[in-house]
Design a protein around this ligand. Structure first.
Ligand code: ADP
Ligand code: CIR
Length: 356
């Protein structure tokens, strides 16, 4: 059972949340009833409700506020996760099942903004957890090291345009690390949302980035998820970018077995990333549309888009440049997730040209 210290922390956490004006999905769906039914539960890894909600408690400005402390948490704390998942992923209900993987034919996609004036770059990423390893809060030093070794072995098998090198964070100078972050290639350090979720243990051990020489194919190791596989390049050629991602994933998949759930698809640390785990995004300069917030909001709502700042999540827009991506990743295929971004961004490009 849950020990008395944890229970007391949970009671205090719930009280703090109730008194706050947090806009998070955690606040919205952790009702007194749900709290009472979950506060004494534990997964077989030993994770409690506190492990899942403490990020949102410490960071009341969270948009979501929860993480699955381990792969079992989605089931054990389903009364909290299910409504959050339904809200975030556009109505994916607790009895719905994620469809089978279907990437489709990347050739169906063309180039966004062929005039090349608005789109700076395009990126498609997925998250993957490796079977047999717990999620961050339950990972020990040996897990970080083991996973890094496994990943390095896979990287050594990649060929042609996917071949590259692994750069561990432990060997990286602060200058190089900051340059990679500023150039949008590398995850940031010390994310307070992950920190509060106990996801930064033993940092920088086991963390690193693999990339090819042109930095169009990249893999993050042991950040928020075990792996983040990324394809990106300047401009709006979605075909080339999606095609490279598919080939990279296929090569990695031959060597590793990913954590997958028949209802939730690929399992990730954050419930926003479940299912396809796809975030297809453009960095796009749309100063005119940004000044017409209502129009942009309408397009985002219609096409299920999410607008982030210039440097990604929890950042602000600089120089009229934002990051626009598909919002939902669960309950639709990989093909449709990319298509949702594609169609929505087409509309945004059209509107920005109209306003000019
Ligand atoms: P994630 O995409 O992994 O969920 P973030 O929102 O933090 O997380 O973005 C990670 C990095 O990827 C940031 O530096 C962000 O600016 C960069 N990024 C996202 N989309 C693009 C894009 N289309 N082109 C270039 N960089 C991008
Ligand atoms: C929040 O709630 O704002 C953070 N925990 C991030 C939520 C979604 N982002 C993510 O998965 N990277």
């Amino acid at each position: 059972a849950v020990d008395s210290t944890t229970l007391e922390k949970l009671e205090n956490a719930f009280e703090k949340l109730q008194k706050s004006d947090s806009k998070s999905l955690l606040k919205k769906y952790l009702t007194a009833e749900v709290f009472e039914s979950l506060k004494t539960k534990k997964t077989s890894y030993g994770s409690t409700l506190l492990d899942c909600i403490q990020s949102g408690i410490q960071n009341l400005d969270s948009g979501v506020g929860v993480y699955a402390a381990d792969p079992e948490a989605y089931a054990v704390f389903a009364d909290l996760f299910d409504p959050i998942i339904e809200d975030y992923h556009a109505g994916f209900k607790k009895n719905d099942r994620h469809p089978p993987s279907h990437f489709g034919d990347a050739k169906d996609f063309g180039t966004l903004d062929p005039e090349g004036k608005l789109i700076i770059s395009t990126r498609i990423r997925v998250g993957r957890s490796i079977d047999g390893y717990p999620f961050n809060p339950c990972m020990e030093e040996k897990h970080y090291e083991g996973l890094e070794q496994k990943a390095r072995q896979v990287f050594s098998t990649l060929t042609d345009d996917l071949s590259g090198e692994f750069y561990p964070l432990t060997n990286m100078s602060k200058d190089v690390q900051q340059r990679l972050i500023d150039d949008h290639f590398l995850f940031k350090e010390g994310d307070r949302f992950l920190e509060a979720a106990n996801a930064n243990h033993f940092w920088p051990k086991g963390r690193g980035i693999y990339h090819n020489s042109s930095k169009t194919f990249l893999v993050w190791v042991n950040e928020e998820d075990h792996l983040r596989v990324i394809s990106m390049q300047p401009g709006g050629n979605v075909f080339e970018i999606f095609d490279r991602l598919i080939r990279g994933l296929q090569a990695i998949e031959k060597k590793l077995s990913f954590a997958h759930d028949s209802r939730l698809g690929f399992l990730t640390f954050c419930p926003t990333n479940l299912g396809t785990t796809i975030r297809a995004s453009v960095l796009i300069k749309i100063p005119l549309l940004l000044a017409e917030k209502k129009t942009l909001d309408e397009i985002s709502k219609k096409y299920n888009l999410q607008v982030r700042g210039t440097r990604g999540e929890h950042s602000t827009a600089e120089g009229g440049i934002v990051d626009v991506s598909n919002k939902r990743r669960l309950g639709l295929t990989e093909y449709d997730a990319v298509n949702e971004m594609y169609c929505g961004v087409c509309e945004i490009v059209k509107k920005e040209y109209q306003l000019a």
